[in-house]
Design a protein around this ligand. Structure first.
Ligand code: PLP
Length: 376
């Protein structure tokens, strides 16, 4: 038996995406920049993929810039704004954002304002407003958190940034393909996405960059991606990404319903058996199928290995070595007590999961807790 329940880490490539990619990995190998007819299908595929992705998020095709994934998109935006002034972000961002800021401090003497979050991981509008009483070049707040699943009030936060004349970026890597996204509704200037989080291939993503927003070029070379990111396009992966995103968007409502139902069954089973268990993140504004579970008195890593032996894949919020337990920066930011943080696992359900998986995962967790209790 194998149950993969770590879809926030990565997802399985959709068969439709693989099928759409195959011609560009085999016969249709032309370079999209070529002037001869051999390149025509690659060029058309690139144009179509850009249009499809743009439609999925309410953007214009020329506002979509292809990158190698979420990390590159995040680095591009942050490092592009460092020379322009202070960057405001939050304590729960992905390391692709936070470590890009360390680079800023190291090389550009830049400074950043890192905002706190409340106990459910929400960035407060009032806190942002106060931070923006100082000059800034960019606000970057993630749309949904990868560890605790909380969805941020991006529309309100972007509005505050714009009132102060500051551009707004959102790392939407966990959200794209899973919740409805309209960049005009959100009012963001930049948005990062990564294909492998929505059943597309790994190593490909995009950055939405609003038209007429002045932006620097990441890679120097040819004229690909409007001259902003040079390098021969990875047509197969781009086609796979657009196919996967289009699929996810079409079945999003149905999928959310299915994942919500599975989540409530799981929560009920766990709460009945382990009343002291806690669920992290915002209870309402959260990613479908995303569960951050903390059980006091257990070791999250031990539980992960126990589940792994049963063929169930989940992830933890704390990593132990022989001397100490490293609690993730996100769990520290929400001020989760150490005993709970140490016993935290993340279960992220996806399209691959069946309702039969839920009792198997829940019963295995309950079994581990009963064993642990008996031994203490
Ligand atoms: N941002 C967030 C919120 C993520 O969860 C991840 C990956 O887990 C990334 C950025 C990095 O994306 P990629 O794996 O495409 O580089």
């Amino acid at each position: 038996m194998k149950i993969y329940a770590d879809n926030s880490a990565t997802t399985q490539l959709a068969p439709e995406a693989l099928n759409a990619m195959m011609p560009f990995l085999t016969t249709e190998f032309g370079n999209a920049s070529g002037v001869y007819s051999f390149s025509r299908s690659a060029r058309k595929a690139l144009k179509d993929a850009r249009e499809t992705i743009a439609t999925c998020i309410g953007a214009l095709p020329e506002e979509i810039l292809f990158t190698s994934g979420g990390t590159e998109s995040d680095n591009w935006v942050i490092k592009g704004h460092i020379p322009l002034g202070r960057i405001v972000t939050s304590r729960i961002e992905h390391h692709a954002i936070l470590n890009s800021l360390s680079y800023a401090n190291l090389f550009c003497h830049g400074s950043a304002i890192i905002l706190p979050v409340n106990k459910t991981g929400i960035v407060s509008c009032r806190v942002l407003e106060t931070a923006l009483s100082r000059k800034a070049s960019l606000v970057s707040i993630m749309l949904a958190n990868n560890e605790i699943g909380t969805i941020e009030p991006i529309k309100e936060l972007a509005h505050i940034a714009h009132q102060k004349g500051v551009k707004f970026h959102t790392d939407a890597v966990q959200a794209v393909g899973h919740i409805p996204i309209d960049i005009n509704e959100l009012g963001v200037d930049f948005l990062s996405a990564s294909a492998h989080k929505f059943m597309g291939p790994k190593g490909i993503g995009f950055l939405f960059c609003r038209k007429d927003t002045h932006f620097y070029n990441l890679m120097d070379g040819g004229q690909q991606e409007s001259g902003l990111r040079a390098g021969t396009e990875n047509i197969a992966s781009i086609v796979g990404m657009s196919t996967a995103l289009n699929n996810c968007c079409k079945r999003m409502q149905k999928m959310s319903k299915k994942l919500d139902k599975m989540t409530s069954v799981f929560k009920e089973m766990i709460t009945d058996a382990i009343p002291e268990a806690a669920f992290n993140g915002d209870a309402v504004n959260r990613l479908p199928g995303h569960i951050s579970l903390s059980i006091p008195g257990i070791n999250g890593e031990g539980l992960l290995h126990f589940l792994d032996l049963k063929g169930i894949a989940v992830s933890t919020g704390a990593a132990c070595n022989s001397k100490s337990t490293q609690i993730s920066h996100v769990l520290r930011a929400i001020r989760l007590p150490v005993s709970l943080a140490k016993g935290t696992i993340r279960i992220s359900l996806g399209a691959n999961n069946k309702s039969e998986d839920i009792p198997i995962i829940a019963k295995s967790i309950i079994e581990y807790c009963a064993k642990t209790k008996k031994n203490t």
